[in-house]
Each structure stands twice: as C-alpha cells, then as structure tokens.
Design a protein around this ligand. Sequence first.
Ligand SMILES: [Zn+2]
Length: 289
Amino acid sequence: MRIILLFLWSSVALLAFNFEIINQELANGKSSLIKFKYEPSVEYKSIQVDGKKYQIFPSPREKGSFYALIPFSYYDKPATKTLELYYKENDTLKQKLLFLRLVRGKYAKETIHVDPSKVNPKSPKVKKRIAKEYSEAMRIYKSVTPKSYLREPFILPMQSKITSEFGKARVYNGSLKGYHSGTDFRAKTGTPIIAANDGKVALVKNRFYSGGTVILDHGEGIYTCYFHMSKFDVQEGQVVTKGQKLGLSGQSGRVTGPHLHFSARIAGVQVDPLQLISLLNNNLLKVQN
Ligand SMILES: [Zn+2]
C-alpha cells in the first residue's frame, strides 16, 4: 500500500498540483480523505461526486495543506467513483478527474426486539413529531459551518465495550428496518458521556427515536451525535472542548436497554463514526513531534 501511495505522490508531482487520496478503496458507509499541498499558482475549490459538491478546506494542523472529506452513504452501490476536482490555476478554472473504488462493506445482520409502538408508529401525532425531528436534524447536518473547531485528535465519547458496530443490517421485530447507523457503547444509565472533540452544541433535545440527543458541530460539515441520554449538561449554542461532559447515558427513545449510540455525519451523510475518527486522527489531526 505504501509503495502505491508513494507512486501516486511522485506521479502527480508532474502536474501543477499535489494531492494524495488517503483511502482509494473503501466500503459503503465510510469516508474518504483527500489531501492537497500548497502550490503557488493553484487555488483548490471543490470536489464533485455524483452531482454533490464538497468543499476543500485548509488543513487544521498543517499550514499550506488542504483537505476534502467525501462521505459515502451506506446505500451507495459498489462502483468506481469519479471525483471531479475543480481548481483555479493562474485564474483559470480547471477540472481534473480522480477516481476511487467503492466496495461492498462486510456488514453483519442483527435481530432486535423493541416495543412495537416504536417500530411502526401509527398515531398521526407521533408521525408528525418524527417528521419534524427528522427535518430539523437534516437542516443541521446539511449546514456547513465555514470554520473548523478541530485542533487535536478525536477521543471516544466513553471508555466502554462496543456492543454493536456501525452498519449491521437491522431486523426489528421480524421486519428489516435499515441498518445500524452508529456505534453502540455499553453504558448503564448515568454513565458520563464526553465530547469526542471541540465543537459547538447544535442540538439538545428529547426525540422520539433517539431519545435524549446531543449533536455537536465540529465545523466544515463534520458532526457527531450522542443518543439515548438521560441528562444534559450542555445547552444549544455552547462551545465545548474535547472531553467535556455532555451529560449522562440512559435508555430514552427506541432502545432495547441502556447504552450510548454514537454517530457521525459529513455534509449530511451518515458515516461510520469510528472509521471517520481514525481517518482524521491518523491523517489530518496527527500530533507532529
Ligand atoms: Zn445504536
């Protein structure tokens, strides 16, 4: 792998700009990171994938370096993905095509038994509440704060056993209902939950499915979410630092028992939170000695 990457670096050095695709082959539900190096005549603009535009931002730690995060939905099909890179060279807008391979993730299936009223809610009032909560959350996830709060590597929201990974196909009370959209940590009610990184509190709310919910905006389209909480220690609009207590775990919302459901979004797309964290920690937020 290292040899291939070195080859990539040297082959693109002939072009006017320098880039590195950190993960050129990845599964549905994962994120890809592309890094760019400063070139005096080049201004990096954006990357477009499947008609969706992603911004290129300055790297939070490395001066003269830039990055773009490209999220792939769990429902994305295996394919060669074309990344249209837009950049300005000597004031002329140019396009360059980059490619990566999306493969099918090896995700398991799990069966879950929950209160039937939480699987297929029939009441119009509940349906209305769910729709409202969904559109409110999507409005948050899709807004890209043009600054980054990130300065240091991410940490986990608690030190505990992972009881269910991201991506498991889920069968609720016998019927298939999507997939597990985050990572579950074992946590008896009342266990402290901490911020995975610096950010701004975008939402604090009791919701139908996710129960006690906190959403953190880390800037530049990156969000982390903390579900099923029993108590909140933060307020909307508050700026929090990595490791700060957000509240306590619980078993509110659609759950089979107390735990923390931890998830992440990039530009509105739900992605594997632990893969995102290790991708960013190892390639963008690494502490240099
Ligand atoms: Zn979960």
